[in-house]
Design a protein around this ligand. Sequence first.
Ligand SMILES: [Zn+2]
Length: 369
Amino acid sequence: MFGTSWHIGRIFGIPLRIHISWFLVFALVVWSLARYYFPAVLSQSPLWEYWVLGVVAALLLFASVLVHELGHCLVALRYRIPIAQITLFIFGGMAQIRREAPTPKAEFLIAIAGPIVSVGVGLCFWLLAALPRAPLELTAVSEHLRNINLVLAIFNLVPGYPLDGGRVLRAALWAWSKNFHKATRQAARAGQGFAVLLMLFGAWDMVAGLAIGGVWFLLIGAFLYTAAHNTHRQVAFQESLMGLRVGDVMTPEVVVLEAGMTLDEAVNNYFLRFGYGGFPVVDNGRLVGVLSLKEIKAIPRYRWGTLTVGEVMAPHSLQAEIHPDEPITAAMERMIHDDRSRLVVRDGGRVLGLVTRSGIARFLDLRQR
Ligand SMILES: [Zn+2]
């Protein structure tokens, strides 16, 4: 997500961030509660109390959003799916889960956990609101949060991806058709449909004169539409990668550097001549590392005549090599995870070539034409 956000702590080891747009919606919620809701239900109270209760209720609202997201995260963690972070922003919360669920059942449980938590929190506030002889303020705040949590659960259960209900739908379609990508596309299409309905409703609201509510529905609709649309595109991208192996995409690289050669020789005779960003390095025919422009740039020019390739290269590790039969997605994941731009393709003792980020991008670009 673009724009500034701040890290404010960790819960169960998951980083928690607040996006700048959160403050806008926080102020809006406090204002509308203090200005309309509390004066209506607590007509005898002083003005300052409306504002204090407004702040308390708004903080509890965001705590409710947070525990909803934690519901998703804790189930995901049980399936050993790492969570990048939880971000609170203008439309609520977003848990960034690093990997897709391994099975339809896991997908279903991760998706449904959030609404279940919201229903549970709603019931707790319902009990608080129903307490006999409770202070009026407690009852007023509890009734509001009871409603909010139930709305949160119901809205999220709408069966359009990326809402929770859309994920439930995807899990069902996935279990039914055994095709994850197809299920995602269908659930995303349902999400786009719902988003269009929301935007139409918002436009109608604005015409009817409910400006703030209308703008709100328009914004949420636009946000959901974009998210569903991006999912659609991402699926198309992943499908274009399916079935591709490292061997199909690699640059067959017969040119290697000798560990004993100086950097000057490597730059003049290889980097400048072939125009590649990196080369495998061998010593007596044995693969010992990779030398790329990144390492060379870190060395001052005047030392290029004395330092050897073997002294400067990134030493070879198993992490830096991949078998030609591995799927291309595995190579991409590895490069992103380890922040490498190339992997050595090796079959047994033989170096077959290199697979690079730019090479994959070029390959896909050409294939999509
Ligand atoms: Zn959710």
